[in-house]
Design a protein around this ligand. Sequence first.
Ligand SMILES: [Zn+2]
Length: 147
Amino acid sequence: MEKVSIQEASRRLNLSQTSIREYARKGDLKASKEPGPNGRSMWMIELPEEGWEDPTKVIYMELQKSFSHWWWPTGERSGYAHYVDNVGIEETVPEFLCGLISANIWVTKELYKDEYCPECVEKVESALASDELLERFRNHRNRLGQR
Ligand SMILES: [Zn+2]
């Protein structure tokens, strides 16, 4: 494992020094105090393995995903909109998170609170990793209120 200064870690991981310090404090990056060149000790950051992802970015992406994967199972856009995890171009029969299968899917624009499938909501919520994410997802859903 390569250990580098906070400054160097900031450059290599393309993150601010503030973020590096914060991740070190939270344990997202490993840090240790090492003797520095002038006899004083300084914080060194263990460079993570390749493929390490910035936790803040991961959280942001997770949140975007939970907002944007909602689709209508019918062209009439009636009833509930459901959550689809992956919509590949080759995927012809979409399966929604709640188990519903429909022949096709139609894009959603803004959804009212009561247009989200309760079963899909429950599953998305239980997959969110923190209370903060849950709160933001709920706010997003409540934004337009009821019809
Ligand atoms: Zn559903």
